[in-house]
Write a protein that binds this ligand. Structure first.
Ligand SMILES: *Cc1c(COP(=O)(O)O)cnc(C)c1O
Length: 530
């Protein structure tokens, strides 16, 4: 069994805070963020031969995942990795391929990442990561048994800030898991009605859901603030026996499962004759926190012949501006609410990992840029880094009007209904693509965003009220209407239909900011104890 260690993006040699040894996968999945405030990356990236990539297509998805996890040096026995992957990728997905390909034309292929229980690509990671999280807790307990240790025996409290899809996927993944509690915070009014319905229908003793005043960025900042507050962490350990962790995509345990589907997609495209073995593929990803596209970058780094990465932004276009100018600037940007709310993000946490890689893993430079970002709200990369970025990435953004128009255009041209996030990706790919075959990451099923999909299909303006009989429908009823009246919409997924009947908890709204988040957590834990 091969075990990899991890370094962090802000210092060159990291040591695990608990043991004075370099951290391994189980440590980083539990810790989420490095003690320096940086992000963990594997010390060594594996390398698959072209033949190994091609051969993946002969295995079921879970075996592909297990193989890649092993090659990344996850510190669990191969038999356990296999068992966990088997549990993660089974009939909890509504397609046996798990992440099936849908070809729009001979050279444009959609990778459908929304066949999991919450209908967004977050399930690809969050049906898997909580299983490895529990395995890591169990391993840590075994190792700490008999050793005097200040953190020994503590349970975990997983905090999640969500722009809509992560929250429900994390609740699904962590519900009922041993040694773990989870609290999700979402920006009030910043998510779709269906996303809210999904979260408010979740029940379980180990989970809490709260709406925060403000937008996703302030929500994420408030949660990060609680993380960084050592007094608060001591209070949680002392009074409640809990330590904090994160299920956001800063956690390497989220990223690793996402690398799998890009390697897998390449092998299936070769198998199905859409690609010659070894010929280059371009990948377009609708992006917010830069996690999903970073996974495609790592898939290329470990041997998948992916050439260009096309980064697609909505009107919150800080990432595409960065890729086009080399300056990341959030100092004078207005946060825009769009039909693709899961990409309504300005401070993109995973870009830090990308920069770390593009600078040849120069932690000192990452420190400077991240400090500039936090103090001046902007930073500019040097010439060499910009050149390295331009070599791999292209980027553009799509307005709200164009997003809705693209849904209709694709529907008419290909008889295929896309959600607004995927439509952003489609439009950018159309503009930027070159001669290579293109793979578009489809990140959500259309039914999560029924109202905007309906506006797109019928040419209504963004935010326009829906016509009379439809205006009174709830999100699930509207989806049923769309599925019935637009013949290429396909059947409504079972998990959506089921939402029509469930009882909803009422929304619990709290003020924004770290101290409100901390107080909410403590109140929730007290109530739970009693
Ligand atoms: C989270 C999400 C995105 C953005 O993904 P990142 O990894 O944060 O870039 C895009 N589309 C949908 C539907 C999402 O849920």
């Amino acid at each position: 069994m091969y075990t990899n260690t991890y370094i962090d993006t802000r210092s060159v040699v990291a040591t695990d805070a608990h043991r004075g040894e370099p951290p391994v996968f189980s440590d980083v999945i539990l810790e989420g963020i490095a003690p320096s405030g940086g992000l963990f990356v594997p010390k060594v990236l594996p390398r698959l031969s072209l033949q190994e990539v091609i051969d993946l297509a002969t295995m079921p998805y879970f075996e592909q995942a297990a193989l890649i996890f092993e090659r990344f040096g996850v510190d669990l026995p191969p038999s356990q990795i296999r068992a966990l992957c088997h549990q993660a990728y089974g009939n909890n997905f509504d397609d046996p391929a798990i992440a099936p390909l849908h070809s729009l034309s001979a050279d444009t292929h959609v990778l459908e990442l929304w066949h999991g229980p919450t209908l967004a690509f977050k399930d690809m990671a969050l049906q898997c990561m909580p299983l490895f999280f529990s395995a890591a807790v169990a391993k840590q307990r075994r190792e700490q048994a008999g050793r005097a240790h200040d953190m020994a025996g503590l349970d975990y409290l997983v905090l999640v800030a969500t722009s809509g899809d992560t929250g429900k996927a994390a609740l699904e993944g962590f519900a009922g898991r041993e040694f773990t509690n989870i609290i999700v915070f979402y920006p009030q009014g910043g998510i779709s009605e269906l996303q809210q319905r999904q979260m408010l229908s979740q029940s379980g003793v180990n989970l809490g859901v709260f709406a925060l005043e403000g937008n996703f960025d302030s929500c994420q900042a408030a949660v990060k603030g609680a993380f960084a507050n050592q007094d608060f962490r001591r209070q949680l350990a002392h009074h409640f026996g809990l330590q904090l962790s994160s299920a956001n995509s800063i956690n390497w345990g989220r990223l690793l499962p996402q690398i799998v589907y890009y390697v897998s997609a390449y092998s299936h495209m070769v198998q199905e004759g859409c690609l010659q073995a070894g010929s280059p593929l371009d990948v377009c990803v609708p992006t917010g926190n830069f996690g999903n596209i970073l996974a495609a970058y790592y898939a290329a780094e470990i041997g998948t012949p992916i050439e260009r990465l096309l980064c697609a932004s909505n009107s919150n276009r800080v990432l595409s501006d960065f890729i086009n100018t080399g300056t990341y600037d959030v100092s004078a940007r207005e946060f825009v609410i769009t039909p693709s709310p899961s990409m309504d993000i300005l401070v993109s946490s995973n870009l830090e990992r990308q920069l770390f890689e593009l600078t040849g893993r120069d932690g000192a430079r990452i420190n400077q840029w991240m400090e500039a970002l936090s103090k001046k709200r902007r930073f500019k990369v040097d010439r060499a880094t910009f050149a390295a970025l331009r070599k791999r990435f292209l980027a553009d953004w799509v307005s709200i009007d164009e997003t809705l128009q693209t849904i209709a255009a694709v529907y008419e041209r290909y008889d295929y209904l896309m959600d607004p996030h995927t439509a952003v990706g489609y439009k950018v790919a159309e503009r930027l693509r070159g001669p290579n075959p293109l793979l578009l990451a489809a990140t959500a099923h259309w039914s999560k965003f029924g109202a905007d999909v309906y506006r797109g299909l019928t040419g209504l303006a963004p935010a326009a009220p829906l016509p009379k009989p439809l205006a009174n429908l709830n999100a699930v009823e509207l989806d049923a209407y769309i599925a019935e009246h637009f013949k290429h919409a396909g059947d409504l997924p079972a998990s959506i239909s089921a939402l029509a009947k469930v009882d909803l908890n009422s929304e619990q709204l709290i003020a924004g900011g770290t101290s409100a988040v901390e107080k909410t957590i403590v109140d929730w834990l007290r109530q739970k104890k009693n």
